[in-house]
Design a protein around this ligand. Structure first.
Ligand SMILES: [Zn+2]
Ligand SMILES: [Zn+2]
Length: 759
């Protein structure tokens, strides 16, 4: 044994709120080591007396045996002045600097707690049961270091029994901050017909009966309210759609367990693994068409989630049905409701009963949405269970605020070398969402001790996020930088993979303002984090109508036909476009000829809209990207053919593709085959474009991003074909490829520019 020193070990990462201190305490106990462990805002600190070998093996054991929800980013060890410890203990949490460690996302209830809910006398059917391995975290946290006093559990005093468990090193609830039971914790209440009851068995029985009878029930969740109803009752679902003003958007469903999910939808082993993780996202799966048709509303997919709160499990024990609609309680584009008062007033018109509990939701989080692409997790909406986990980079990101986009907004803040991305905020189109954005910015800044130094925003001046950013920049008198939309997309994917050299980036999406003031979205670039060069793009097509273009795909249809076919007779005869009416088409063409409100679009989104319209799949869209989603849903598997397209210097033209589609329509080829051949064509065009850029540049690292790559068929086609050509392909796994990932890109572009001395 060597000389004994006091070592100070700092551990950064996700090490608070997941049972890390008790773990260290037990580990030290088993090794007979004396010292302390404490939470500080900048990580877990261990002081320990041992010799060099003892310290090395202690650190090794910390790494290999850490609790399963922990994520260790960095361990720093220093020798300090010797402290004569006589035991090992947990010291009081401390606030020491502006540095910060991770805040845990919310964790689905664990199997041990589900069993305790049946066996423990004081937690019999206790619907908010939790332990160090599970329960609410981010949604209840007001500040760090993570302690009960800094959560919305602060007002609940532990009963002697809970206190005992909380203080017992051998108990699973040792230092579990939200620990609670039937005697001391928050309670549920059901509000029905101006009456209330707090008895959990009655609440669950009433809720199950209402759902069975075809009613809708509002239920307070981890990060917001949900609306529930029977997933087999077409009438109820149709009515819910009308009253929620959610005309076409698909609803997610919650199944009793994974065997039911397996019955409802096709799942690979990767799907099965992700759907059951503690993060519990909604998984987009290929539906088997068993549920009420209005749930998916024409899409071939269904969003499935498994129970994640103790209450959900209690409810399924009483429910007759094995699957319920599980949709966030909000109106149209507003954020999901989190306040009990609002739930009780606003949801009255939608739900027969409102079920609340008396613990405040501090940080709103929606259910996250994922799918698998090439058997890997791909995030479409990043919120509960994921947020506020950071993306680790190798750049100095401190002080950089990324304002994000307009739709599917998330913002991001830089801390150290990390980028912390906010929970999904939504479409910044109304006062409520902007308020959510502002509040969340203030809260995250506060929690993570964030002081903005540089503001990164989209080039588009009209985004509310850009306006917010500019106002902040002028108020604080700090610099702001503009980051082109598609460069930000590519940079976000590069950041996930720690790439900082020149890459070939392909960004396909709906709309984003280009540096030439045209609307981009079919972009091939050579980029590094600082800058990019636009090398090639989908051919510009003039389209008129601004805000109407997205909800009315038929306009894109006419615009593409107008550019590539011109012949009036063909345009008006093209299948379902006839439904628009000759007068409307003529008028629209006249408006375009006159150049009224016309912009040049190179967006893949518009091309998908146009093909969805021309092939009769979608003329009007009731939610964002409905037409491309329906077009993807229509794909007939096993079709390998492509339409022609042309590579013209810097532009890829799909004129021949449109001609080919018209030809197929005339021949009566089914829409599914047309859709598949069209997807193959776009995929092939991406591959050919990449090959051309590779010829010029010799670069073999290919980065894919943008909302269009949420399309599983297209993404898998492109990834597989590029891999076959021996390219290294980089795709998203930590943030969405849609605008929800944009803020990450903005932050890393600003960080790289600051690093290089450009700003
Ligand atoms: Zn638990
Ligand atoms: Zn208790």
């Amino acid at each position: 044994m060597g000389p004994v020193n006091t070592y100070r070990i700092q551990i950064k990462g996700l090490v608070q709120g997941i049972g890390f201190r008790p773990f260290v305490h037990r580990l030290a106990g088993s090794l007979n080591l004396f010292g302390t462990v404490e939470n500080r805002n900048n990580g877990v600190f261990i002081f320990i007396n041992t010799d060099k070998d003892g310290m090395d093996s202690f650190v090794e054991k910390i790494k290999s045996l850490a609790p399963k929800h922990a994520r260790i980013d960095k361990i720093t060890v220093e020798t300090v002045e010797t402290i004569p410890f006589t035991d090992f203990s947990i010291a009081t949490s401390e606030n020491v600097s502006d540095d910060i460690t991770g805040i845990s996302p919310d964790i689905a209830v664990c199997p041990d707690c589900l069993s305790d809910m049946e066996l423990q006398e004081h937690r019999k059917d206790y619907p908010l049961i939790n332990c160090t391995n599970c329960g609410p975290r981010f949604s209840i946290i007001k500040g760090v270091p993570y302690d009960r006093s800094k959560t919305t559990m602060a007002e609940f005093r532990m009963c002697p029994k809970c206190e005992e468990e909380y203080s017992d090193i051998n108990d699973r609830r040792f230092h579990a901050q939200p620990v609670a039971c039937n005697n001391c914790g928050p309670m549920y209440t059901i509000h029905i017909n101006n009456k209330t009851t707090k008895n959990i068995n009655e609440i669950v029985t009433i809720a199950a009966q209402l759902i069975h009878d075809g009613s809708v029930v509002a239920l307070k969740g981890t990060g917001g309210y949900h609306l529930l109803c029977d997933a087999y009752n077409e009438n109820t679902i149709k009515n819910l759609r009308i009253s929620k003003a959610r005309e076409g958007k698909p609803f997610a469903v919650m199944c009793r367990d994974i065997s039911i999910a397996d019955k409802l939808a096709q799942m690979t082993s990767a799907d099965k693994e992700i759907i059951a993780t503690w993060r519990r996202p909604v998984m987009l799966l290929e539906s088997r068409g068993i549920l009420a048709p209005s749930i998916s509303n024409g899409l071939s997919t269904v969003g499935v989630i498994l129970p994640y709160m103790p209450f959900h499990y209690l409810l399924f024990k009483k429910l007759h049905t094995d699957t319920i609609v599980f949709t966030s309680a909000n109106f149209s584009d507003e954020p999901v409701i989190i306040s009990d008062d609002q739930a009780l007033t606003k949801l009255k018109s939608l739900a027969s009963a409102v079920i609340t509990y008396n613990r405040e939701i501090y940080n709103r989080t929606d259910d996250s949405v994922c799918r698998t692409i090439n058997y890997r997790e791909f995030i479409i909406r990043r919120s509960r269970g994921y947020s506020p986990s950071p993306v680790n980079t190798q750049l100095k990101t401190e002080g950089i605020f990324g304002a994000g986009a307009e739709l599917n907004n998330c913002f991001a803040i830089g801390k150290g070398t990390q980028v912390i991305i906010s929970q999904h905020i939504g479409d910044l189109k109304n006062a409520e969402t902007l308020d959510f954005y502002t509040t969340s910015f203030n809260r995250l800044s506060d929690m993570f001790r964030f002081k903005p130094d540089i503001i990164a925003k989209d080039l588009h001046p009209d985004y509310l996020s850009s306006a917010f950013a500019e106002k902040m920049a002028s108020e604080l008198n700090i610099r702001h930088v503009n980051v082109q939309h598609h460069h930000a997309h590519i940079a976000s994917c590069m950041a996930e993979h720690n790439l900082n050299e020149k890459v070939i980036g392909v960004a396909l999406d709906g709309v984003g303002l280009g540096t030439d003031m045209n609307i981009w979205g079919g972009e091939f670039m050579i980029a590094d984090l600082c800058d990019f060069e636009r090398m090639m793009h989908f051919e510009y097509v003039p389209i008129s109508g601004a805000d109407k273009i997205s909800p009315e795909p038929w306009r894109s249809g006419v615009a593409y036909l107008d550019k590539y076919v011109k012949d009036m007779k063909t345009i008006s005869e093209t299948l379902r476009l006839k439904e628009i009416g000759q007068d409307n088409i003529t008028l629209y063409r006249r408006i375009m000829t006159a150049g009224i409100n016309v912009c040049q679009y190179s967006g893949a989104g518009r091309l998908f809209d146009a093909v969805a319209a021309i092939s009769g799949i979608c003329l009007f869209s009731s939610y964002q990207a409905e037409a491309p989603m329906l077009l993807e849903s229509a794909v007939q598997k096993g079709i390998s053919r492509c339409y022609d397209f042309e590579m013209k210097d810097e532009e890829i033209s799909f004129g021949k593709t449109i001609e080919g589609i018209l030809h197929d329509l005339k021949k009566g080829i089914p829409a599914g085959e047309i859709s598949a051949a069209f997807h193959n064509t776009v995929g092939r065009a991406v591959v050919e474009g990449v090959k051309e850029l590779h010829e010029i540049s010799g670069i073999h690292k290919i980065v894919l991003s943008g909302g269009t790559f949420q399309n599983k068929y297209l993404s898998e086609y492109v990834i597989n074909e590029l891999s076959r050509e021996k390219f290294s392909v980089y795709f998203h796994h930590q943030v969405p490829s849609n605008d929800g990932g944009l803020a990450l890109g903005q932050v890393v572009v600003a960080a790289a520019r600051r690093d290089e001395g450009y700003i």
